[in-house]
Design a protein around this ligand. Structure first.
Ligand SMILES: Cc1cc2nc3c(=O)[nH]c(=O)nc-3n(C[C@H](O)[C@H](O)[C@H](O)COP(=O)(O)OP(=O)(O)OC[C@H]3O[C@@H](n4cnc5c(N)ncnc54)[C@H](O)[C@@H]3O)c2cc1C
Length: 264
């Protein structure tokens, strides 16, 4: 680990000031990805700006017709939220299936989407749920937030403050986890709204993506059988030591049908 300064702002204004003080300043949420990369000397920040003391960033609240989840809500907070248990249990279940108890106690929804790991679970949820990503300066629809492998529209000094989600009629997430880390080899989140269905896939490609063919078929008939004849192409899917692209393509179909079945 290289030497760095440590800042612990009490609010977003102070956090923004700490970030703008240096081009090499970096935000830290729970440190679940950041700290290992510092230990491995993959990053050399001048200042680590720890969001851990920023007030009111970790809450789950109902706001009009949406649920607002603060960026610093840990996976354990989301998994245990009574609001989500009642209105969006699929998201609580997704959070409860991330990593292990240690990771869930420290890792955050804001850190997860800002990091945009191709195998992370939350990107599938926020894209399928058509969520808004709110930062200290703008609101971005999840559809345009994720740009590629570990890449989002966030500026270097931009702070995710919350995620706003409209509650769907039905939703479920099915994941085929890597047995060691619990990261998704393939994860499919299905959300049925009054007027449309959205299906988003994580783990299979360089970044989260939607499946328009499945969305159209499910809008006609919201049953697992509606997906049986839809083949997913392995082109542009990941092949690695964990799974080949054609196996991931097959898993997308299986996980999508399981998610629809889980919607009940
Ligand atoms: C052993 C292990 C197993 C895991 N298993 C899974 C799994 O099964 N599924 C899964 O989805 N994830 C998994 N993860 C990832 C984990 O859940 C965290 O979501 C992820 O590591 C991000 O951690 P963090 O929130 O502590 O963010 P940090 O590590 O603190 O930050 C990550 C990145 O996001 C940036 N950042 C953080 N917060 C913000 C913000 N509010 N605004 C802008 N930028 C920000 C930081 O600058 C940094 O670049 C696993 C991690 C580990 C270590």
């Amino acid at each position: 680990m290289y030497d760095f300064q440590y800042a612990r702002p009490a609010n977003i204004v102070e956090a923004r000031a700490a970030l703008s003080g240096s081009n090499e300043a970096v935000l830290m949420a729970g440190g679940q990805t950041l700290i290992p990369t510092l230990k491995q000397r993959l990053r050399k920040p001048s200042v680590v700006v720890d969001l851990g003391s920023v007030r009111n960033l970790g809450e789950v609240q109902i706001m009009k017709d949406k649920i607002m989840i603060g960026a610093m809500a840990t996976h354990a907070n989301v998994a245990a939220s009574p609001i989500l248990a009642k209105r969006l249990p699929a998201l609580a279940a997704l959070a409860g299936g991330i990593g292990d108890p240690h990771v869930r106690a420290r890792g955050t929804i804001g850190g997860s989407i800002a990091n945009a790991d191709p195998a992370a679970d939350y990107p599938a949820a926020v894209v399928a749920l058509n969520a808004d990503i709110v930062t200290d300066r703008r609101t971005t629809a999840a559809d345009s937030f994720f740009k590629g492998l570990f890449e989002t529209t966030l500026a270097r000094d931009e702070i995710v403050t919350s995620i706003h989600i409209k509650v769907p009629e039905k939703a479920a997430y099915a994941k085929f986890p890597n047995p060691a880390s619990r990261f998704a080899l393939v994860g499919v989140f299905v959300a049925k709204f009054k007027d449309n269905v959205r299906v988003a896939v994580t783990g299979a490609g360089p970044s989260v993506f939607r499946l328009p063919d499945m969305e159209k078929a499910l809008a006609q008939s919201f049953t697992p059988d509606a997906l049986v004849d839809i083949a997913v192409s392995p082109d542009r899917l990941n092949s690695d030591i964990h799974a080949a692209a054609d196996y991931r393509a097959h898993l997308i179909g299986v996980m999508a049908r399981r998610a629809v079945a889980a919607c009940g």
